[in-house]
Design a protein around this ligand. Structure first.
Ligand SMILES: Nc1ncnc2c1ncn2[C@@H]1O[C@H](COP(=O)(O)OP(=O)(O)OP(=O)(O)O)[C@@H](O)[C@H]1O
Length: 301
């Protein structure tokens, strides 16, 4: 039914806002399942998840896979994480689009000084908090949402340092109405994302780019599994697929379920709205090249 992406600086009030939104939605549409996905629901700690770029990338991958598994036309998913990188919000938007559901972003626009104070208060109370260096690094890298981008729209803005956020706050009510309203077919006042052919289940015909992509990415997965099993005497962390293709540089051993999930997500993300803004690959080699680039970004060294 809908995907809601929380976004904001560390310790900016996202979880409190997400809880208010979830409660308001549950009262408004009691028959709809509302689920909040956050780091703690996946048993991931803040400092462990953001201590360097590799684990941070890993955290984003885990959250994205969970969102991918959970989005549906029947329930509402709220992703309560930093969602601080615009490319990542774009990926979440693609997942919503692939499922043909509503989407919106909630931005807790709290000044960094307040976030820092609130984080220090949590530290003093012994509550889960960010280490100071991790907080400063995340604060510096935050990419503000921009409602002109499809993946940051519609954008609901909250100012937790200036106004108390409660279930009855006007912006929460506005979001509940947007997320639960029946679409008026005449005015089309609520935007439901429409899956493109590239994001629908694959309808394969030979020569079709999706078929090529499906087959090519499967070959890449098989090559990785083979290399990791020590077969063919291949190096496990640097896997070559041929002279004209980039090398796969793995940071760690990656199991088949994770590879399958990455492949599924890649296929959804590719197509018309490809990761690089290029058109979908039309031949096996370019599909492999794009998939290897994607894997190197997600799980590469
Ligand atoms: N309006 C407010 N006034 C004072 N303190 C606040 C306010 N909103 C949130 N806080 C405090 O800030 C801290 C962080 O709140 P919250 O967990 O909602 O933020 P968050 O953005 O989800 O944090 P994280 O980035 O760790 O997930 C909490 O201790 C909370 O009590």
């Amino acid at each position: 039914m809908a995907l809601v992406v929380m976004c904001g600086q560390p310790c900016s009030g996202k979880s409190e806002a997400a809880a208010c939104l979830a409660a308001a939605l549950r009262s408004s549409v009691p028959d709809v399942t509302v689920r909040v996905i956050d780091e703690s629901s996946l048993h991931l700690g803040r400092n462990e998840s953001y201590k360097d770029m590799v684990v941070e990338k890993n955290l984003r991958g885990v959250l994205r896979s969970e969102v991918d598994r959970s989005v549906s036309r029947d329930g509402i998913i709220i992703v309560d994480s930093l969602n601080n990188i615009k490319g990542y919000r774009y990926e979440l938007w693609c997942l919503a689009r692939a499922s043909g559901i509503r989407y919106c972003v909630f931005f807790c626009d709290t000044e960094v000084d307040h976030c820092r104070d609130w984080n220090v208060k949590r530290q003093e109370k012994g509550e889960p908090s960010y280490d100071n260096n991790i907080f400063e690094d995340l604060a510096r890298r935050f990419e503000r949402p921009d409602s002109r981008s499809r993946w940051d729209s519609p954008l609901f803005e909250l100012f937790p340092s200036r106004e108390e956020i409660v279930e009855s706050s006007p912006v929460i009510a506005e979001a509940v109405s947007y997320l639960t309203k029946k679409v008026d077919s005449k005015t089309r006042d609520v935007k439901v994302l429409q899956p493109t052919i590239a994001t629908q289940s694959v309808r394969t015909t030979e020569g079709n780019s999706l078929y090529e992509m499906d087959k090519a990415t499967q070959e890449v997965v098989s090559a990785i599994v083979e290399a990791q099993s020590g077969g063919l005497g291949l190096a496990m962390n640097k896997i070559s697929l041929g002279p004209d293709l980039p090398t796969i540089n793995l940071q760690r051993s990656v199991g088949l379920p994770e590879l399958r999930s990455l492949r599924r997500t890649f296929i959804k993300l590719a197509g018309q709205y490809s990761l690089s803004g290029r058109p979908p690959p039309t031949d096996a080699d370019s599909a492999k090249r794009m998939f290897v680039d994607y894997l190197n970004r997600e799980i590469g060294g």
